[in-house]
Design a protein around this ligand. Structure first.
Ligand SMILES: Nc1ncnc2c1ncn2[C@@H]1O[C@H](COP(=O)(O)OP(=O)(O)OP(=O)(O)O)[C@@H](O)[C@H]1O
Length: 258
């Protein structure tokens, strides 16, 4: 299924409603993500950022609306075709989600073994290359339990990059990291956009990080269960369209009018 969206719009979310069972978490979500940009999903705790992300990475079918990936209607495609589209996705979860019984190198090799016909020597070279990209070559034979939080995140990123995805999804990549490590991860994310042209969708609470890296975004409101602002985090900080967004972007406490 195709759509006539402009080519630079790699992802389009159209009138999407997401939720669990009978419960609607967000509705009327509309935005596009440009190729080679960093797009932020913003909003207070519990507004539905991770839920929306889950509907974008294939974990949670939306209740209504469409999600287009390069013009293809993801959720209206067959399961097999969704898997094919998903080959273009790399995902880094908050926990980094590395398999604890495997070394870092084995963790990164796994998607290559599962989804490609590459020889084991080629896989080994790619594992070294991806680890080099995130500055973790030295960790190839270590187990996740031997790594710090920041190291785990970088190794998780190397695994997310294993299949050269065009689109990367990050759920709270800097959670639990100190400011310096978090800044390094930001630099790495920006390098992926600028060096490889990767398109990135990110959920984060780290405002300094969002101001530094995100080109565009959407702000979800828990109370009305719908997006209330669109734009880059910097734009929303400097020109907030409403009090709630202003308070969030300036770390103030907002109370919904009764
Ligand atoms: N598996 C689930 N089943 C039912 N409800 C869920 C499930 N996961 C999350 N929720 C609910 O959906 C709402 C949105 O949660 P979600 O994790 O998407 O918010 P969030 O904006 O990512 O929050 P945070 O910033 O705190 O991580 C919350 O009320 C949460 O309790």
């Amino acid at each position: 299924m195709t759509n006539t969206q402009p080519a630079e719009h790699l992802l389009s979310v159209e009138n999407l409603t997401v939720g669990y069972g009978e419960r609607i978490i967000q509705h009327n979500i509309n935005f596009t993500v440009k190729k080679g940009s960093i797009f932020a999903l913003m909003g207070g705790s519990g507004c539905g950022k991770s839920t929306l992300l889950k509907s974008m990475i294939g974990l949670l079918p939306p209740k209504a609306g469409d999600f287009l990936v390069k013009g293809e209607n993801y959720w209206k495609s067959s399961k097999q075709h969704r898997i094919d589209i998903g080959r273009n996705f790399g995902v880094l979860f908050q926990s980094a989600a590395l398999w604890s019984s495997m070394t870092v190198g084995e963790n990164i090799a796994l998607p290559l073994q599962l989804f490609t016909d590459l020889s084991s020597s080629m896989i080994q070279r790619l594992v070294e290359l991806k680890l080099g990209l995130v500055g973790m070559s030295h960790a190839i034979n270590l187990y996740p339990s031997e790594l710090s939080g920041g190291m785990k995140k970088r190794c998780g990123l190397a695994r997310a990059l294993a299949l050269d995805p065009e689109i990367l999804f990050f759920d709270e990549p800097s959670a639990g990291l100190d400011p310096i490590t978090s800044k390094r991860l930001d630099d790495l994310i920006v390098n992926l956009r600028d060096g490889l042209g990767t398109t990135i969708v990110i959920v984060s609470h780290e405002l300094p990080s969002l101001f530094a890296i995100a080109d565009d975004g959407v702000f979800l409101d828990a109370e009305t269960k719908t997006p209330i602002a669109y734009g880059s985090p910097k734009e929303l900080r400097d020109h907030p369209p409403c009090e709630l967004v202003n308070d969030f972007m300036h770390r103030q406490i907002f109370e919904h009018p009764k």
